[in-house]
Write a protein that binds this ligand. Structure first.
Ligand code: AMP
Length: 282
């Protein structure tokens, strides 16, 4: 397995593979890998001849006061995990290599999609994401890029960006991988105290309850959101950032649950903000 730090060297490598007729599947990550990331790697391997995993904690997608500095990092552990998965190349650039100049071009996320859900309390977050993903596409030249449903809004925004800007990349979504008790795997779960780790299971339970309510015929989004809010709010020390039910295709608002819907939430446990979601077809 090759570890490449230089964007130029990465691009040269990718060009050479394309010339040899080999397809590339890219899995962009911020490292501190878990089974969720590895499931995306396996998906990429099924679809392509070669897999490139990028590991880059992208400074420009973190706002002031967010967890950029303390975001967990362990490159040697990540490399061990990826070696076992048969990954061809890990692209692990420094921030200076990715952003050598202070003045820079920014790729704006699609209008209308970036200000809701995670964008509401994280202004500028998705501009950081669309900018870095555009750079990664141009550097790694993938045929396929795999993103997790865990970050549903991010996946939607990237899919739209790829359509709007004609990136020659196929975007594939991987399902959410969960711990045995239902908590969605996340690099940020290591921040949780043992008590908060237990409490955090309420997130998935609230999503399952929402699914049950819809299964019983409840169609009012306000009713389902309120039931979820009450369930999470009952748990001591939780701070709800949002609970939303949107059209899963374009994130438009819904009064009635109908068609493909995304039930998404973000909740804080102390300093740790966790997200989760569920897709429903009604
Ligand atoms: P991150 O390192 O958190 O930026 O995540 C990198 C990629 O892994 C993103 O496409 C995420 O959506 C995806 N991902 C994160 N957690 C999970 C999970 N539990 N299951 C599946 N994919 C995930």
């Amino acid at each position: 397995m090759k570890v490449i730090e230089s964007p130029q060297e990465m691009q040269n490598w990718s060009r050479a593979q394309a010339k040899a007729g080999l397809s590339i599947g890219l899995v962009p990550t911020m490292g501190y890998l878990h089974e969720g990331h590895l499931s995306l790697v396996r998906r990429a391997r099924e679809l392509c001849d070669l897999v490139v995993v990028s590991i880059f904690v992208n400074p420009i997608q973190f706002g002031e006061g967010e967890d950029f500095d303390r975001y967990p990092r362990d490159l040697s552990r990540d490399l061990d995990l990826l070696k076992k998965e048969g990954v061809g190349v890990v692209f692990a650039p420094t921030a200076t290599a990715m952003y050598p100049e202070k003045e820079r071009t920014i790729v704006d996320p699609p209008t209308g999609m970036e200000n809701r859900l995670c964008g509401r309390n994280r202004p500028g977050h998705f501009r950081g994401v669309t900018t870095v993903v555009s750079k990664l596409f141009n550097i790694c030249l993938p045929d396929v890029a795999v993103f997790g449903q865990k970050d549903a809004q991010q996946a939607l925004i990237i899919e739209k960006m790829v359509r709007d800007l004609n990136f020659p990349v196929r975007i594939v979504r991987g399902e959410i991988v969960r711990e045995l008790d239902g908590l969605a795997m996340s690099s940020r779960n290591v921040y949780l105290s043992p008590e908060d780790r237990k409490k955090a299971t309420v997130l998935y339970r609230s999503l399952l309850m929402a699914r049950d309510l819809v299964g019983q015929g409840v169609r009012k989004t306000s009713q389902v959101r309120k039931a979820m809010f009450d369930m999470i709010d009952q748990v001591d020390g939780t701070q709800i950032d949002y609970i939303e039910i949107y059209n899963a295709r374009d994130l438009s608002e819904l009064e009635e649950i109908n068609g493909q819907v995304l039930i998404a939430l973000a909740v804080r446990f102390g300093d740790t903000r966790l997200i989760d979601n569920l897709l429903l077809e009604v």
